[in-house]
Design a protein around this ligand. Structure first.
Ligand SMILES: [Zn+2]
Length: 333
């Protein structure tokens, strides 16, 4: 019997669950997306996920090599156990590996979504593109700047996990130690996530408007519930001074966080993904972030890295989950 050439991938986020059938080249042959149960019980979530996986296996139309799942939250890598995921708290302590291997009788591999996004970009996205252009990447650091801020690092083809699989949480590195530092969801203050995430940008804009003195801003004409990160990006495109100054703060916070990354990990590629990154790319702000990092980096070799945006977009988690399957099963698997 020939070796199965497709994997089933799942990207389980806070709001959506995506599933796909993906081949060894990282190409998506079929995909689907479904909203998570609203305020559902643990059983509802699990039943829903199993149904989505069963559908994907059916769509594969033959034997699958394995299931890879990217989960939005901390994951213990050997058992695939979810630990205190802030957006999916009802699933705390569930071991997906054991559960799904029993249900589907195929190997299951589970990881944190940002770690696997780094894996996806390394093998099938920006890292692959660079290798194809004659510049293979050794160490890739991926940052998702979205509702939250997360990260992952791949070094010479392997995800660097840390002792418990919880490394590269760049969103909760401190970038502001002043008295004005913003409170973060994690309970700390001055985290990068509080300053640069989509949620953070909306919150900063609403706080500035509430403090008064910005009546000339287009954002002041919106209701408070309409002032979110998308509104800030739209206003910045029209050169609105308040919106531009908020995004200056985002650029500066990301540059500080990434300067720390450059010194800690010495990556030769930094990839930014997520919705906030899309907005920054549109306004051509990635080059500013790059320049600010270069201004601070301590040596020429630390400065020797590419800064680029995600090539895989919304599919980065799915593709990374498939990359994990192919990696774990090995070339001959
Ligand atoms: Zn935090």
């Amino acid at each position: 019997m020939s070796t199965p050439q497709v994997a089933v991938a799942m990207d389980w986020g806070g709001t959506w669950t995506r599933t796909a059938v993906i081949d060894r080249q990282g190409d998506i042959l079929w995909q689907s997306r479904a909203p998570n149960p609203q305020g559902g019980s643990k059983e509802e979530y699990l039943t829903n996920a199993e149904r989505l996986l069963a559908t994907a296996i059916e769509q594969a139309g033959g034997p699958v090599a394995g299931i890879g799942a990217a989960l939005a939250g901390p994951v213990e890598p050997t058992t695939g156990t979810f630990y205190q995921p802030p957006n999916l708290m009802v699933l705390d302590g569930v071991s997906f590996k054991a559960l799904w291997e029993k249900a589907f009788d195929v190997p299951v591999f589970v990881g944190n979504d940002a770690n696997l996004a780094a894996f996806g970009e390394y093998y099938f996205g920006a890292g692959k593109e660079s290798a194809d252009n004659g510049r293979p990447v050794k160490t890739l650091f991926y940052v998702t700047v979205s509702t939250g801020v997360g990260g992952g690092v791949v070094d010479r083809g392997s995800v660097f996990l840390g002792a418990n699989g919880l490394t590269a949480e760049i969103g909760h590195t401190l970038v502001d130690t002043t008295d004005a530092a913003l409170v973060c969801q994690c309970g700390s203050r001055g985290c990068l996530e509080a300053m640069a995430s989509g949620t953070g940008i909306g919150r900063i804009a609403r706080a500035k408007l509430a403090s008064g003195g910005f009546s000339d801003s287009a954002l002041a004409s919106l209701g408070a519930d309409q002032v979110d990160s998308e509104a800030v990006f739209a206003a910045a495109e029209q050169h609105d001074p308040l919106a531009v100054s908020i995004l200056d703060g985002v650029v500066s916070a990301l540059a500080i966080g990434l300067t720390n990354v450059v010194h800690l990990f010495n990556p030769d590629m930094v990839v930014l993904g997520g919705g906030v990154t899309d907005g920054l790319v549109k306004l051509d702000l990635l080059s500013q972030i790059h320049r600010q990092i270069l201004d601070r980096a301590m040596s020429e070799l630390h400065k020797d890295f590419q800064l680029t945006s995600s090539r895989l977009g919304d599919s980065v988690g799915l593709t990374g989950a498939a990359a994990l399957v192919w990696d774990q099963l090995g070339a001959g698997g």
